[in-house]
Design a protein around this ligand. Structure first.
Ligand code: SF4
Ligand code: SF4
Length: 420
């Protein structure tokens, strides 16, 4: 084992020497330096339990990497109570309570919720905690059997690497949802962006959208990914101007457009997607995504990168009601939420998450936790505050939560015509 570690450390040393140019290379080097320490320690502890904390796509990547290295994995651990006691990939899934029995275990956090999970493990008295970056950063994802397709896994890994290595003194934002319209070509009963509650859906004013984007981008150091969505973004006639604007920022790395596969855009709209930083994410809801075939053909013809993701179930997270949760329950809901750090821009205001954005915009909850990018002052401080790690936001008390504990619903089930 130790020989393996030394060999890997040597390989890494050689690799570091060769890479100094791009941001990605710098990121890789940061990871490589960390891997040396991590891996050395790892190999010195052969008799202890090895546990992967997280059973999602990152868990699948971490397991694959460890097994490739000939490393045993004893358990998965998960905050999702529905998984406790089950087996996944020949490993038992234990609860955090059961994990307490192994205070000396090596626990590898495989989740974007690493901050929350680290805190959780510390509070449980577990100290041998590792992030999974050193396992997955150069993993061949084509061999990983996970929930998402390879293209999506690759985007997820990039996002993870970005998040985990964000420098604390800089204002780096992982994800910004840019909502361009409340209108959609589908009427999904359980839309997590709450489109089903809009009685008179409207487009966002282009001027307000572009001006507020400017304000946001001028006040942060870097945005990893801007996700353009609606509703359905291809309904929004001004989409090219929004894409062009986002592509003009040097501090925005990626632009992702989420579409439901019902609309094949016109020529001018498709041409705007030919920026090297743009990727189209097509949610495949089966027959409901009625034009996905034509859309895919068009994207292929135009050589625009895209990922097709088959989605059968969603989390049951679209109901708005007051939940009377205690502080501890709110912390848990927030800490496990899959969009707890997805800042959302809607009609010139910035929100901590999509649920907060739409419930406030719909006037469906009494609380207000937004930044008005066109009116508020000290925007950098405000953005820092709204995006920083915290225990929960007030909107969490009206939300079912967005993690796998909330149960699933059929994806894209359509409301009958005429219903609201
Ligand atoms: S396709 Fe469905 S889930 Fe997506 S935005 Fe439209 S209504 Fe919501
Ligand atoms: S309100 Fe809280 S639990 Fe709901 S989506 Fe937002 S951060 Fe997540």
């Amino acid at each position: 084992m130790k020989q393996d570690a030394e060999k890997i450390v040597k390989e890494i040393d050689e690799k570091i020497e060769g890479e100094m140019e791009s941001r990605k290379a710098k990121l890789t080097i940061a990871v490589d330096k960390k891997i040396k320490d991590n891996y050395k320690k790892f190999c010195e502890e052969p008799d202890l339990k090895v546990v992967i904390f997280g059973t999602g796509n990152y868990g699948a990547m971490a397991l694959h990497a460890l097994r490739n290295m000939g490393q045993k994995v004893d358990y998965f651990c998960d905050n999702n109570k529905h998984n406790w006691g089950k087996h996944w990939k020949d490993c038992k899934i234990i609860s955090p309570d059961e994990l307490r029995k192994y205070p000396d275990a090596i626990v590898i956090i495989a989740s974007l919720h690493f901050q929350y999970m680290r805190k959780q493990l510390n509070e449980m008295g577990i100290s041998r905690i590792y992030d999974c970056d050193f396992l997955i950063y150069d993993l061949d994802l084509t061999k990983v059997e996970a929930f998402a397709p390879t293209g999506r896994l690759s985007a997820m890994r990039d996002l993870y690497m970005y998040s985990i290595h964000a420098k604390k003194n800089l204002l780096k934002i992982k994800t910004l949802d840019v909502v361009v319209t409340e209108k959609c070509s589908l009427r999904c009963l359980n839309c997590s962006n709450l489109m089903q509650y809009y009685k008179k859906p409207k487009d966002c004013s282009l001027k307000l959208l572009l001006d507020s984007l400017d304000k946001f981008m001028q006040n942060i150091d870097e945005l990893y990914e801007a996700r353009i969505l609606g509703g359905e973004p291809f309904i929004y006639k001004e989409l090219p101007s929004v894409v062009e604007k986002l592509a003009s920022y040097d501090n925005c790395s990626k632009i992702i457009i989420f579409t439901n596969g019902t609309i094949v855009p016109q020529e001018d709209m498709i041409d705007c997607l030919r920026d090297k930083n743009v990727i189209v994410m097509i949610s495949d809801y089966g027959e409901v995504s009625r034009n996905k075939g034509s859309l895919i053909k068009l994207l292929e013809d135009k050589q625009i990168p895209f990922v097709l993701e088959k989605i059968d179930t969603w989390q049951d997270c679209a109901k708005i009601k007051y939940r009377e949760r205690s502080k501890d329950e709110l912390k848990q809901i927030f800490g496990n939420c899959c969009v707890f750090d997805v800042l959302t821009l809607l009609h010139g205001k910035l929100y901590r998450c999509p649920f907060a954005a739409h419930t406030e915009n719909l006037d469906a909850i009494p609380t207000r936790e937004n930044i008005d990018l066109m009116k508020d002052v000290n925007l950098r401080d405000g953005i820092h505050k709204i995006s920083s790690y915290k225990d929960f936001i007030q909107a969490c008390n009206y939300c079912n939560g967005r993690d796998f504990n909330v149960g699933g619903v059929k994806a894209a089930e359509q409301l009958p015509a005429g219903s609201v």
